[in-house]
Design a protein around this ligand. Structure first.
Ligand SMILES: CC(C)(COP(=O)(O)OP(=O)(O)OC[C@H]1O[C@@H](n2cnc3c(N)ncnc32)[C@H](O)[C@@H]1OP(=O)(O)O)[C@@H](O)C(=O)NCCC(=O)NCCS
Length: 179
């Protein structure tokens, strides 16, 4: 469901807000840093190699949000507007029941439970506000931090599903619980 107002998400530590042109430097870092991207495969044309590429990427996700094709949040500590990470729902299925989860966090902020906190808000928004029934996450089989994050937040490895584009990826599912 496309909503008129961008969902701003808040917890005691974090604010998740819309990604805008003020996030160009941080977007460039998050999408180009070798450590952050160690387990992330991107096609040549979707790589971010410059600040101009980062600006184009922000334009693309802004357009996708307007067209109800994806939604991306900049993760900020509540006391600062500086983006420290990114989290998104994208690749919506045609029937709008399924979305894919993506995320990355600046290394200085990893290992503090920040992505778990962000993920819980995004999953809740995805199910309760955007009305998805299933959230999928594709992650490299050796990406221990990412797999740990998914498992401790209730995602389950889908042993029957393979990523046709990348055999190193595993697929994790979180199904909306009916209450
Ligand atoms: C995957 C990634 C987002 C995980 O981020 P993270 O913030 O470190 O993840 P978490 O929120 O799960 O926090 C991890 C640790 O913080 C610790 N922690 C510290 N303080 C905490 C708190 N207040 N609450 C909860 N956990 C806390 C926990 O012990 C946890 O480790 P454990 O699960 O082994 O016990 C991060 O490693 C990353 O950005 N990687 C690069 C990008 C990437 O690979 N993206 C995935 C592509 S598919």
């Amino acid at each position: 469901m496309k909503t008129n107002k961008f969902p701003l998400l808040k917890s005691s530590r974090l604010i998740l807000r819309k990604t805008t042109a003020i996030d160009i430097d941080q977007t460039y870092f998050l999408r180009s840093d070798a450590g952050v991207n160690k387990f992330i495969e991107r096609s040549e044309e979707s790589k971010t190699k410059s600040l101009a590429d980062a600006a184009s990427f922000i334009q693309k996700i802004t357009q996708e949000y307007d067209q109800n094709k994806s939604i991306s949040w900049s993760i900020c500590m509540s006391e600062s507007s500086e983006m420290i990470g990114s989290i998104c729902l994208w690749n919506y299925s045609d029937d709008m029941k399924k979305a894919e989860l993506g995320y990355s966090l600046h290394p200085s902020f990893q290992g503090k439970g920040i992505m778990s906190e962000a993920l819980q808000m995004v999953v809740n928004c995805g199910f309760e506000y955007l009305n998805f029934k299933l959230i999928e996450a594709y992650t490299h089989c050796e990406n221990i931090n990412s797999k740990g994050l998914l498992l401790k937040n209730g995602f389950v490895l889908n042993v029957d599903k393979k990523d046709a584009e990348d055999p190193n990826n595993e697929v994790f599912d979180l199904v909306k619980q009916l209450r």
